[in-house]
Design a protein around this ligand. Sequence first.
Ligand code: ATP
Length: 229
Amino acid sequence: MKTINFLTNSRPKNLQFAVIGLGRFGRAVCTSLHKMGYEVLGTDIDEKLVTQALTQKIASHAIQLDSTEPESLKEAGIFEMDTVIVAIGNYLQESIITTLNVKEAGVELVVAKASSEIHGKVLRRVGADRVVFPENEAGCALASTLTQPAFLERFELDTENSIVEVLVPKAFHNQTLAQLDLRKRYGVNVLALSNGDKFITNLNPGQVLTEGLVMVVIGSNKNLQRLPI
Ligand code: ATP
């Protein structure tokens, strides 16, 4: 199913990224950004991983360097990047020094991977703008996908309310908006429907929902999550 993407709040395409540390997490970040068409520089202290990144074409460029050395980072142009991802989870000292180095040099957005709560706290103290806990986040995300509707797109109106795109759930198939009475039952409103090409925005109560259509729904995050999967 093609998503409509009209809600995507995407960053400009000419952003440059550097990923420091080419473990499984770092490689996944490189690959995704590269596939999306962004300029990505991958770096690692391990020459083998750098060569592998080049051979497998998971980044635009790859350089071997020790990220605890500010000079090496500077020479590689890391300080000119818009976003630096510090993907060193298991080497605390290296992860902390690297985060400090890139933030002190003025990189606007520094995202750092933490392997524990305390590691995350220290990363924030040394300037990380965003700290991620991938294993934890993946576990929570899995639990959500098993129990909550999968939103194709989400536009956050504020911290509590969103507009989302979601596939019409099985339970709504062949029912009209009037029959479903989503405002009463779930506290949400359907703004539009789409078959992937065109939107119907002026919905009437007799509109029938069918599986495969996409609904654009507005509501509180809490209520949106109550929609069936
Ligand atoms: P996973 O593979 O599970 O994603 P991870 O992201 O926690 O693990 P780590 O084992 O912490 O990965 O290491 C990530 C990479 O960081 C390794 O490939 C390692 O060689 C690299 N690395 C460690 N120290 C430095 C350093 N000083 N400079 C550059 N790269 C480093």
